[in-house]
Design a protein around this ligand. Structure first.
Ligand code: NDP
Ligand code: MG
Length: 386
C-alpha cells in the first residue's frame, strides 16, 4: 500500500488524483490532504478518504474545522504546519498539485524529507529548476512528472540511450484562440480565456494555455526535468491533444506517447511508478479507427508573444525564468479580475524582464528576492495602465 499526501487536493489535479486513489483502493491510500481555503470540498474528502492529516493554508478558513472532526483526523493550518507534516514517516509519496509559486516551499521540504514527488505544479520548477533538481539528486528523491507533456517525454526517454536524444517535440493544443485573428485578441474576456477546448483545469493554468505561456513554462519545466538545452526543444501545435509529446533520437526514430485527454492517466503513472497499473474501467481508451487524422503545425510567435519571452528566459537562465513566472502570475491574476487586458499580459512581462538584472546560478535567497521584486514591478506597471 503506497501512502500518498495530496497537496492541493481541492483543485483540478487534486480531485483527479483522489479519483485515481478511489479506483485503486488496494494500492493507494490518501493519508494527507490540503487546500488553500476550500474547506467545503476538503471536509467531503476527509469523510470519504479518512486521512491522517488535512491542512488548510488560510488561517481564517481553518477556524472551527478541527472541532468538526475531533480526533479522527489531525487538522493543521497555515504554511508552516504543512511543511512540518511533510516529514511524517507515514507519507511515502507527495503529489504536488498546489498552483503557482506557493508550491516551492513544500516541494523543497518534501525533497529534503526524502519523499518522492509526483509533480503537477510547474511554477516552482520554473522558478528554481536547477536548485530543485540538485536537491532531489542529493536526497535521492525522484521527481515524477504529472503534467501530461512531461509525463510523455519521461515515458519516451525511459530505457533509452539518453545521450542519443536529438530533439524533444513538446506538443501544445494551441488553446482556445488558436484560430482567432490577432486583431480580436484585445477584446478577449476571462470567460473566453477559461474555456479550454480540450482540458478542464484550474483558472490560472487555463489562462496560461490561452496565452500559450503554459507551453513556455513547460519548455522550462522540460529543460530542468530532463537536463535538455532549450534549442533541443521544439514546440509543436497539435490541436487534437492525443500525442502528448515526442522524442527524436539521432538515428531518426521518433518515440511518442499517445492517450486520450484524461489527466488521470499521467497521474496514475506518477503514483504507481515504476509499475504500470491497468486503467480503471472509467478511463476511456484511444480508438484509432475513429481518430483518423492528427494535425501538427508551427506555433505563431507573433500571435502568442509569451512563447518568445519564455524561450528568451530559457536561454538566459539564472533568475530570469523566476522573474518571467512572477510577472506572469501577477498579470494573469489581474486579467482574471478584469483589471488588465489579455493583450497586455505579455507586455507587462516583457517590461519587467527588460528591467531585470539577471543573477546567474542563484541560491534560494536570490530566487525569492527576484520573485518578490518582479511581483512589485509587475504591479507598478499594471497600476500605471489604469
Ligand atoms: P487549481 O486552481 O484547480 O487547484 C489548486 C490547488 O492548490 C487547490 O487545492 C488550492 O486550494 C490550492 N492552493 C492554491 N493556492 C494555495 C496556497 N497558497 N497554499 C496552499 N494551497 C493552495 O489548479 P490545478 O489543479 O489546475 O493546477 C495545479 C498545478 O498543476 C498548477 O501548477 C498547474 O500548472 C499544474 N497542472 C495542472 C493541470 C491540470 O490539468 N489542471 C495539468 C498540468 C499541470 P483552494 O481549492 O482552496 O483554492
Ligand atoms: Mg501540460
Amino acid at each position: 500500500m503506497r501512502r500518498i499526501a495530496i497537496l492541493g487536493s481541492t483543485g483540478s489535479i487534486g480531485i483527479n488524483t483522489l479519483d485515481v486513489i478511489r479506483r485503486n483502493p488496494s494500492v493507494f491510500k490518501a493519508v494527507a490532504l490540503s487546500t488553500n481555503s476550500n474547506t467545503g470540498i476538503l471536509q467531503r474528502q476527509i469523510r470519504e478518504f479518512r486521512p491522517l492529516f488535512a491542512c488548510i493554508n488560510d488561517l481564517n478558513s481553518a477556524r472551527g474545522v478541527g472541532s468538526v472532526f475531533k480526533s479522527t483526523v489531525k487538522i493543521l493550518s497555515g504554511a508552516n504546519q504543512l511543511l512540518d507534516m511533510l516529514a511524517d514517516r507515514r507519507i511515502d509519496r507527495v503529489v504536488l498539485a498546489i498552483s503557482g509559486s506557493a508550491a516551492l516551499p513544500p516541494l523543497l521540504k518534501a525533497i529534503e524529507s526524502g519523499k518522492d514527488v509526483a509533480l503537477a505544479n510547474k511554477e516552482a520548477l520554473v522558478m528554481a529548476g536547477p536548485l530543485i533538481m540538485r536537491l532531489a539528486a542529493k536526497n535521492k528523491v525522484k521527481i515524477l512528472p504529472i503534467d501530461s507533456e512531461q509525463s510523455a517525454i519521461w515515458q519516451c526517454l525511459e530505457g533509452q540511450d539518453r545521450p542519443k536524444l536529438k530533439e524533444i517535440y513538446l506538443t501544445a493544443s494551441g488553446g482556445p484562440f488558436l484560430n482567432l485573428e490577432k486583431k480580436q485578441f484585445k477584446n478577449i474576456t476571462p470567460r473566453q480565456a477559461l474555456a479550454h477546448p480540450r482540458w478542464k483545469m484550474g483558472r490560472k493554468i487555463s489562462v496560461d494555455s490561452a496565452t500559450l505561456m503554459n507551453k513556455g513554462l513547460e519548455l522550462l519545466e522540460a529543460m530542468y526535468l530532463f537536463g535538455v538545452a532549450p534549442e533541443k526543444i521544439k514546440i509543436l501545435i497539435h490541436p487534437e491533444s492525443i500525442v502528448h509529446s515526442m522524442v527524436e533520437y539521432v538515428d531518426g526514430s521518433v518515440i511518442a506517447q499517445l492517450s486520450v485527454t484524461d489527466m488521470r492517466i499521467p497521474i496514475q503513472y506518477a503514483l504507481s511508478y515504476p509499475e504500470r497499473l491497468p486503467a480503471p474501467a472509467a478511463f476511456k481508451a484511444l480508438d484509432f479507427y475513429r481518430l483518423k487524422t492528427l494535425n501538427f503545425a508551427k506555433p505563431d510567435f507573433k500571435k502568442f508573444p509569451c512563447l518568445k519571452l519564455a524561450y528568451q528566459a530559457a536561454c538566459d537562465g539564472g533568475t530570469t525564468p523566476c522573474v518571467l513566472n512572477a510577472a506572469n502570475e501577477v498579470s494573469v491574476s489581474e486579467f482574471l479580475k478584469r483589471r488588465l487586458r489579455f493583450t497586455f499580459i505579455p507586455l507587462v512581462i516583457e517590461k519587467v524582464l527588460a528591467r531585470h538584472r539577471n543573477i546567474k546560478n542563484p541560491g534560494l535567497k536570490d530566487i525569492l528576492a527576484a520573485d518578490n521584486w518582479a511581483r512589485r514591478q509587475a504591479s507598478n506597471i499594471i497600476n500605471k495602465y489604469d
